[in-house]
Design a protein around this ligand. Structure first.
Ligand SMILES: Cc1ncc(COP(=O)(O)O)c(C=O)c1O
Length: 374
């Protein structure tokens, strides 16, 4: 059997990884500012993470959600504390799409409505409702198409108000910083408007924090910058530092009923051990502060460089918008300078490094990009 060919691949095989570095099968070392798409939050193979998972594996790796799993309670308590949402409730699943799928479904159970507001350039995942709320017709199969999703321009308060007046809205789903869409920040005043309209119409505010959450922005959820709470936060990526785990954090006003949500693998013992290890490292090593400090430094320095159209972002979620004539920079960073970065269409380099990247590692990148565009 061969692989189903759904990704264009770089001809690189990674065999070893540590901190912000990976090594290929030829022994070549690379600086990783991509983290396998914002997944590596506490650095590759962090010793505490390895130890916590290893120890758990020797005890019990999996049992279903039909029994009590104290690690889930421990995780809920820790996440509630670090995210500043101690009165919220945790439902565990396995990926970002699944988190959004459950959030949209839960919102509809809550208010009995069907219509969802999503935004231009949004990405929420590839499963049925999540992909229907994603602004990319190329990845929406005919079976996923629905008129239950209304796409509005990002940060357009008048359009949002009009959509609420004209429809019975169940939920609004919004990334605090659009990732796949090219690092676009939801303005504070727009998120406040989402909050007040959801309150006014009893709709559910869903903060997709799958990519921009978990401390990456310099706050636990990037939506926190607006100073308002969402009703449901969805998360995955950085939550497990590579172990597949996702979750939704649910406001107290949304009450559970047995069997309304469920999962076989979600919240298994190993996933909880991984997620707990991540939170412990984020807390002990003050990684949210580091994300802010190194992120601010990177953006400040990048803004001094010539030829860049715009530098956007918060913390360690940074977009470098380049003109078309500089479309080789990302490839050159990888193959000449041995630095992994991410991209967004049409020509935006995305930096999504581990939250414990050092200033020295940031300097290596700055030096490399200077030689490419300076
Ligand atoms: C904002 C956002 N939401 C949801 C997802 C989907 O997550 P997953 O690939 O884990 O299903 C992604 C993935 O890139 C994302 O960036």
């Amino acid at each position: 059997m061969k692989l189903f060919d759904v990704y264009p691949l770089n001809d690189i095989v990674i065999e070893k990884a540590m901190g912000s570095y990976v090594w290929d099968d030829q022994g070549q070392k690379y600086l990783d500012l991509y983290g396998g798409h914002a997944v590596i939050s506490i650095g590759h193979t962090h010793p505490h993470y390895v130890k916590r998972i290893e120890e758990q594996l020797h005890k019990v790796g999996f049992y279903s959600n039909s029994i009590k799993i104290p690690l889930q309670v421990e995780l809920a308590e820790k996440l509630g504390k670090i995210s500043g949402k101690e009165d919220y409730q945790l439902f565990l699943c396995n990926s970002g799409a699944e988190a959004n799928e459950n959030a949209l479904k839960l919102a509809s159970f809550y208010n009995g409505r069907k219509k969802i507001i999503a935004f231009k350039k949004a990405f929420h995942g590839r499963t049925s409702l999540a992909v229907a709320a994603t602004d990319n017709p190329n990845i929406v199969a005919p079976v996923n198409q629905t008129d239950n999703v209304i796409f509005l321009p990002f940060n357009d308060e008048a359009a949002l108000e009009a959509a609420f007046r004209q429809n019975e809205i169940s939920s609004v789903i919004i990334e605090g910083i659009q990732g796949v869409g090219g690092i676009n920040i939801a303005s504070d005043s727009f998120l406040k408007k989402v909050r007040s309209l959801c309150d006014g119409y009893n709709a559910v505010f869903i903060a997709d924090s799958v990519q921009c959450g978990y401390g990456r922005s310099g706050k636990f959820y990037s939506h926190d910058f607006a100073g308002v709470d969402a009703d449901i936060y969805t998360m995955a990526k950085g939550m497990g530092n590579g172990f597949p785990v996702g979750a939704i954090s649910i406001a107290p006003k949304i009450q559970p009923k047995h069997f309304m949500l469920g999962t076989t693998f979600g919240g298994n013992h190993l996933a909880c051990a991984a997620a707990l290890a991540v939170l412990e490292v984020i807390e002990n090593e003050e990684l949210i502060n580091n994300a802010k400090t190194v992120g601010d430094y990177l953006m400040e320095e990048l803004k001094k460089l010539p030829h860049i159209k715009e530098v956007r972002g918060r913390g360690l979620m940074i977009g470098i918008d380049l003109p078309e004539e500089l479309n080789m920079v990302k490839k050159n960073l990888l193959f000449k300078h041995k630095i992994f970065t991410g991209e967004a269409k049409p020509n935006v380099i995305r930096l999504l490094p581990a939250l414990n990247i050092t200033r020295g590692e940031a300097d290596i990148f700055l030096q490399a990009i200077k030689t490419e565009i300076g």
